[in-house]
Design a protein around this ligand. Structure first.
Ligand code: A3P
Length: 333
């Protein structure tokens, strides 16, 4: 038995955090790195390309995040419809709390409804004060998340990779560090096809959640942007049931589903003052102009940017990667 008294709690925490910092530094020195879209470099950590901030957040989550079985996570590859799903899930889950004429989303916008886990810094936010079920958003692949998180439920939304590429390229070009040369579409396309983009490779990201959804369909609801676009009312019903609050016949008679769909439509969200001005903070370190989350909100805008050859190449990669998985993004495009 040790004759030394154990360190006080705060010093133990500091020592843990020092270990994380040392590990982070070591990883940045040793992991394979490649060109980033926003910042100079991305690092390949357990098969996925992460920025230094996200890598650190991931190490912090593994050490400090305490999950709760009622937690609900919205997971997505960047630019797949996260903002939209935040609004749909929040308004569906809280449909008894707010009326649709004077809704929480009118004043606060969708981003505020889901703390974003991939931008946490030390000390991580005290999520114990959130009401249950707690809602969280992540862009991390399923295999990168702390194991404790699998006790919760997931909604995953994916999208045609060609639209994701264009949406991401335009979005990241705005955020790109000023000391870096412009990221041309040709270079972004090449990087995307090689899997090198924040949180990528795209295909492995999608497959990580697809496989998990096949293993535990009751835990992971797998959605496609295109299906939400085409049948938003069906999706709202699915979300309500999945989150444990199925629509009642009385709500059906009142047209509640239609109200939710209208409140969260692209036009309605984009035109809210709260989504037009100012910046959104993700954790303490990341800031993004709110209006940049609303661009066109369409299926197939890639046609205005990609050549036939580029289209064929991405579709070919998608077919190869998804072959035998039972997943197709083809029928939706
Ligand atoms: P585009 O750039 O193709 O227009 P994310 O929220 O994951 O960052 O995804 C952003 C994409 O979703 C953008 O796509 C954005 O315009 C679109 N989007 C945002 N809100 C939407 C909504 N309510 N309905 C449909 N698409 C929406």
């Amino acid at each position: 038995m040790s004759s030394f008294p154990s360190l006080p709690e705060s010093e133990q925490q500091d020592a843990k955090y020092q270990n994380i910092c040392n590990n982070h530094r070591h990883l940045l020195e040793t992991l394979p790195k490649a060109n980033g879209w926003r910042n100079r470099h991305l690092y390949n950590y357990n098969g996925f390309w992460l920025s230094p901030i996200v890598l650190k957040a991931n190490l912090l989550l593994h050490t400090y995040f305490k999950s709760h079985p009622t937690d609900i996570f919205l997971a997505s590859f960047m630019k797949s419809g996260t903002t939209w799903l935040k609004a749909l899930m929040f308004s569906t889950l809280n449909r008894h709390r707010y009326n649709f004429f004077n809704h929480y989303l009118h004043k606060h916008g969708p981003q505020s409804t889901f703390p974003f886990l991939d931008a946490e810094s030390y000390p991580i936010t005290d999520f114990t004060t959130l009401s249950h079920p707690r809602l969280f958003a992540t862009h991390s692949a399923h295999t990168l998340l702390p194991p404790c998180i699998s006790s919760g439920k997931f909604v995953y939304v994916c999208r045609d990779p060609k639209d994701v590429l264009i949406s991401k390229w335009l979005f990241m070009s705005k955020l790109r560090a000023k000391d870096l040369p412009t990221l041309s579409l040709d270079v972004a396309f090449e990087l995307f096809c090689l899997g090198v983009s924040e949180f990528g490779p795209f295909w492995e990201h999608v497959l990580s959640y697809w496989r998990a959804s096949l293993e535990s369909p009751e835990k992971i609801l797998f959605l496609k942007y295109e299906e939400v676009k085409k049948q938003p009312e069906v999706v709202v019903r699915k979300l309500a049931a999945f989150m444990g609050k199925p629509l009642t016949s009385e709500e059906d008679e009142k047209g509640v589903v239609g109200e939710i769909v209208k409140l969260c439509s692209f036009e309605s969200l984009r035109n809210l003052e709260v989504n037009k001005k100012g910046v959104e903070k993700f954790g303490k370190l990341v800031e993004i102009e709110k209006r940049d989350f609303f661009r066109k909100g369409e299926i197939g805008d890639w046609k205005n940017y990609l050549s036939d050859e580029m289209k064929e190449r991405i579709d070919g990669i998608t077919d190869d990667k998804f072959r035998g998985s039972g997943l197709s993004l083809r029928e939706t495009v």
